[in-house]
Design a protein. Structure first.
Length: 406
């Protein structure tokens, strides 16, 4: 019997995949560095980085080598056993950060879920079961489990799924007075992205971050930093909190942690970790040897002066090209972000055109992101070649010209 031929086209998507995404019409089949090819062999320059994930580009030789060698050695043991790559990766993350303890999971949402549960559990054990209030921010994004999406600051993403986890308060980002108005001794945590990613690429101000730290200390609350998007070198430092000189109590990392292989981590201190015990939290896949081996290689490469210092040079090249475009088309009200997490906010007269520009860019052969309806977002490989930035920006400018003129 001949095998049925399956049409692997964008049309098939509409028939077989849960309709929660609206992917591009073209289907990528191959990637190398910052270049991607589709089924027709058309080439794209990748400024999207799989949404800030492929921080070392596509199929980096060192990651491929680790994937192969660990893949031929040991993939999975469960947490009934520990494994060498997890112990090495945890030790290196601890050495590189404020943390003493690591919990591994498989996605940003799971790392945040663990972080929020830990913050509540710690408050319950050390203080009182009534110390459960979480303060979070409008437009924040923390993942799609019911808890994380409820802590996130866009109710449209958490409505319609039944009763939500309670005692979560949202206030405007970068507004310290708004936090002061709601924080009290029943607050267990403030949860914040140092740079709001999905919310429009908006960095926290220095005053805001320092203020949050002080308010947490005054009220014996924990400062939880969601660095799922801003971490792992994206900002030009290993983690964005280093820019502020403000230490978190709990930090989450995912996206670029595995360079494209699913893995995430929650980092915390000995004091907070000490309230946990076997059975209190867990995951089957989290911390498996294959994921941890790949993340260890990614961390070894990213956490070097060559890569981290290269981020700011590349940022200057991006920003320069965007400013030139702005001078020509009077396009952007703001070019912001940190490192290679770059947001370019469209002026009011171009409001709503971000998606059109993204589609036109793909047609010209460059993959970009949006953050909301009015912000173009770039989250390329941290080691993208300057020649790829130049060529990608040339294609992007052509696309912008077509949308603005059209
Ligand atoms: C992407 C993202 C998440 C969710 O990560 P998933 O791996 O999609 O679960 C959480 N927080 C931030 C800041 C993110 O950018």
């Amino acid at each position: 019997m001949a095998a049925e031929k399956i049409a692997v086209t964008r049309e098939t998507f509409d028939n077989v995949i849960l309709p929660v995404y609206a992917p591009a019409q073209f289907v990528p089949v191959k990637g190398k560095g910052s270049r991607v090819w589709d089924q027709q062999g058309k080439e794209y320059i990748d400024f999207s980085g799989g949404i800030a994930v492929t921080a070392l580009g596509h199929c980096h030789p060192a990651l491929v080598e680790t994937l192969k060698s660990q893949g031929e050695t040991l993939w999975h043991t469960s947490n009934v056993f520990t494994n060498e790559p997890a112990l090495r990766l945890a030790s290196k993350l601890i050495k590189a950060t404020f943390a003493d303890r690591v919990f591994f999971a498989n996605s940003g949402a799971e790392a945040n879920e663990a972080a929020f549960k830990l913050a509540r559990y710690y408050a319950c054990k050390r203080h009182s079961p009534f110390k459960s209030k979480i303060i979070a921010f409008h437009n924040a994004f923390h993942g799609r489990t019911l808890f994380t999406v409820t802590v996130g600051g866009q109710p449209k993403y958490s409505d319609g799924f039944g009763p939500k986890p309670a005692d979560i308060v949202h206030v405007p980002f970068n507004d310290l007075d708004a936090v002061k108005a709601v924080i009290d001794d029943h607050t267990c945590a403030i949860v914040v992205e140092p740079i709001q990613g999905e919310g429009g690429v908006v960095p926290a101000t220095q005053e805001f971050m320092q203020g949050l730290r002080d308010l947490c200390d005054q009220h014996q609350a924990l400062l939880v930093l969601d660095e799922v998007q801003s971490g792992m070198g994206r900002s030009g430092k290993l983690f964005a909190y280093e820019h502020y000189g403000v230490q978190p109590d709990i930090l989450t990392s995912a996206k670029a942690l595995g360079g494209g292989f699913p893995v995430s981590a929650m980092l915390t201190t000995n004091e907070i970790a000490s309230t946990m015990a076997p059975g209190v939290h867990g995951t089957t896949y989290g911390g498996n040897p294959l994921a941890c081996a790949i993340a260890e290689t990614a961390l070894d490469i990213i956490n070097t002066p060559e890569v981290l210092e290269g981020v700011d040079l590349r940022r200057q090249q991006f920003v320069g090209a965007l400013q030139a475009m702005d001078a020509k088309y009077d396009l952007f009200s703001d070019i912001r972000g940190k490192g290679l997490l770059i947001g370019a906010a469209l002026k009011p007269q171009h409001a709503g055109k971000a998606r059109d520009i993204l589609n036109a860019a793909a047609a010209e052969g460059v993959m970009v992101l949006v953050a909301g309806t009015d912000v173009m977002r770039f989250a390329p490989s941290l080691i993208i070649e300057p020649a790829d930035i130049e060529e990608g920006m040339r294609r992007f400018a052509t696309a912008v010209g077509k949308v603005i003129a059209g």
